[in-house]
Write a protein that binds this ligand. Structure first.
Ligand SMILES: [Zn+2]
Length: 261
């Protein structure tokens, strides 16, 4: 059922490519080399005091929040399990975490997490998952992410496939999205350029940079983060009384007309 994939994915697709950030500050690789104390300036002691509180907190949901891939129902489970049952529709759901390492064009359905590693190529596959983490290439297919999409350094994915509740841009990842994108929560540790409407919270980490236009109710910017954007940070609009609005609009229009003549 992936005919569209045959013709070399979909026409007009804009494929996003992660750009290698050559010579980025050593802090990006510090975690696999040195102790955090060796980090230069950016995460110096000033922020260190609050680090344990603020920095570690994530706006992303935990893996205990499950979205049923059969009916879409959200529920919470306790502990670890390989499978569970949806309390609403009764479907038995796999909770396995799966890793794709090479070429992949099969079907993979889980309420756990799917990781597309750096050398993986997903082409014409069906993937339904609660969480998807991408360091490799997704070329085409039917991809549904019910919870969190994580784009990591080296990722490649067609822009139209970036549909998710929560979006995380990992350290070193560079993501440019041309069409406006709506998400619930957004966490940026790399670079994200686009027009984003977030209904929940946006967190810009100290090594993150957002460029573009941002509408959200909550914005958290860590010291050192970059923000080159037009921002609208506003609480949700109160529900309008429709009759009031209509009357006002009508009055205004009439006044304007009569004044004009
Ligand atoms: Zn269900």
């Amino acid at each position: 059922m992936f005919d569209r994939g045959k013709s070399g994915y979909v026409n007009g697709l804009v494929t996003l490519r992660a750009t290698q950030l050559h010579k980025r500050a050593p802090r990006y690789s510090s975690h696999d080399q040195k102790e955090p104390e060796d980090k230069p300036k950016a995460a110096s002691k000033a922020s260190g005091a609050t680090a344990s509180k603020g920095i570690g907190r994530t706006v992303m949901p935990t893996q205990n929040e499950i979205v049923c891939y059969a009916c879409g129902y959200h529920f919470v489970i306790r502990g670890r399990a390989e499978a569970t049952q949806c309390p609403k529709c009764g479907a038995r759901l796999s909770l396995k975490n799966e890793t794709i390492t090479g070429g992949f064009r099969d079907e993979l359905i889980t309420a756990g997490k799917v990781t597309v590693t750096r050398n993986a190529i997903v082409d014409g596959a069906t993937i339904q998952t609660n969480d998807l983490s991408v360091s490799g290439m997704i070329k085409s297919g039917d991809i549904k992410v019910y919870r969190t999409l994580e784009l990591l350094e080296g990722f490649s994915i067609p822009e139209e496939m970036i549909i998710t509740r929560h979006l995380r841009i990992g350290p070193g990842a560079v993501c440019k999205i041309n069409k406006p994108l709506q998400v619930e929560n957004l966490e940026i540790e790399g670079v994200l350029e686009g027009t984003i409407i977030a209904t929940g919270e946006v967190v810009l980490r100290s090594n993150g940079h957002f460029i573009g236009s941002l509408t959200t109710e909550h914005l958290q910017v860590e010291e050192g983060a970059g923000l080159t954007a037009q921002c609208e940070i506003a609480p949700p609009a109160p529900p309008k009384d429709k009759s009031d609005v209509d009357e006002t609009d009508t009055d205004t229009t009439e006044d304007t007309k009569s004044n004009g003549h």
